[in-house]
Design a protein around this ligand. Sequence first.
Ligand SMILES: [Zn+2]
Length: 283
Amino acid sequence: MKTTRGKLLALLATTAFCVVPSTFAQDAPTLPEGVSVKFEKTENQPAVAIATVDGVETRIEAFEPLDKLPEQVREYVRAEWTKTGEFPAKTIKVEVDVTDAPEAAEWAESAKNRLIYWFPKIVEALDGKDAVAKIPDDYTIRLVFKNMDGVAYAAGREITVSSNWIKKSPKDFGLVVHEATHVVQAYRRGEFWTTEGIADYVRYYVSEPRSRNHWRIDPERSSYKQGYGITATFFDWMIREKDPEFLIKLHRALRARKNGEKFFAEEYQTTPDALWKEFVETL
Ligand SMILES: [Zn+2]
């Protein structure tokens, strides 16, 4: 009879990485001999599973369909990622429309998978953890591709992406996270710098924390009113140095049709100018 310790050693022998299930439930999927799965996880990044079957390695990120993996490991990976919460607690629906730009079909499919993965995390960043469970089961976002100038825009629950842009910048999947943030924001009275600052904060600090060093802030000339990455960097400082709840509070105020100025006055008894000055001095 194998002891628990024996089982553990057997498991470690077939698992290249130390992800040891905390319980050995009878129906927990196990891996066949000679098959191994390694999990990698970086904070705020989708987890990666690397499966090795007969010496052939397959690597997928958590937003990719599991059928990309060899059949022998799918259930095991599904069980692990469900247990660690890597799979979204809510799965939204995404409808893709490439009627006007059929050449975008492959990119669209990948963008759709990323959107399904990131959307609940965007809701959590803006509205808090409890809001995720309240996303309606039939919540649907349309992802439309058009031959147009510009990059992308969001209107209601529809995101329109330029097929010309993705041809030039095929790695720019982050634009989908930015636009999906606008879908969650749905401010009736949109204010440029706060709205675009939040969308880029979610893109660069929640979903792509390793790619954010794009902006050089010039203490003389930069301003939080520029929106996008500059404002996102300021918001990141606010969250780290002043108030971990900053983003949720700001989003709530903007939803209630307040503007940024009024929010800073009510919440922090100061102006964004004064805090920006303080932030710039730290650079
Ligand atoms: Zn935007």
